[in-house]
Design a protein around this ligand. Structure first.
Ligand SMILES: Cc1cc2nc3c(=O)[nH]c(=O)nc-3n(C[C@H](O)[C@H](O)[C@H](O)COP(=O)(O)O)c2cc1C
Length: 172
């Protein structure tokens, strides 16, 4: 198995993180992987908000927790978040950002950094408290967050989730 395939095969969602801080060099490599994802018609309407500040992460978690009714919500206490948003007029925004999310998670894994997809921002970006927080983080009102990558060093070895059977047909 080559390096890329092994990286894909061994990535697992990480939901417990250490206090270790991700280096700026690694952050930039992860972001570069994100922006090199494919996008429909090469529109690249996405916007990435890197939140590498635990206080801001907590503030965002509090806002989301209040909206979704989950007290103590904390994104699993990661070192960093990347909010992956797309222009709301882009009908492929969800898919484009999905490609970028996967690149983020695979790039992180290749650097020994764990990640998990956070879905809790979907559908709430125009709630006033959420929009105010996104504005504070520098995101334009034109953009909706489709996914958040929570990133950090794994505190425990993540469990491998078995893959469903019968999901492939080979027509030869
Ligand atoms: C669209 C999407 C949304 C997800 N949302 C969450 C989430 O909100 N919280 C979470 O802990 N994991 C979330 N996950 C991670 C999945 O639960 C995880 O990928 C799945 O259980 C398979 O495990 P693996 O990533 O270790 O292979 C999400 C994954 C995807 C693709």
């Amino acid at each position: 198995m080559n390096e890329v395939l092994r990286n894909i095969r061994t990535r697992r969602s990480v939901r417990q993180f250490t206090q270790q801080v991700i280096s700026q060099e690694a952050v930039e490599q992860i972001v570069e992987a994100a922006i090199y994802a494919p996008s429909a018609m090469n529109r690249q309407s996405w916007h990435f908000t890197v939140v590498h500040n635990r206080e801001k992460i907590q503030q965002l978690a509090k806002v989301i927790g209040e909206i979704i009714g989950r007290e103590g919500y904390d994104f699993y206490q990661p070192d960093m978040l990347i909010l992956v948003a797309a222009d709301r007029t882009n009908h492929n925004g969800e898919v484009d950002t999905g490609c970028a999310m996967e690149n983020i998670m695979l790039a992180a894994h290749s650097l020994g950094i764990g990640s998990v997809w956070i879905n809790q921002a979907r559908g709430i970006c125009d709630e006033p408290a959420m929009r105010a927080m996104l504005t504070e983080l520098g995101m334009a009102e034109t953009h909706l967050v489709w996914g958040i990558a929570a990133l950090g060093y794994a505190a425990v070895e993540p469990v491998e989730r078995p893959r469903a059977e019968g999901t492939v047909n080979y027509i030869i």
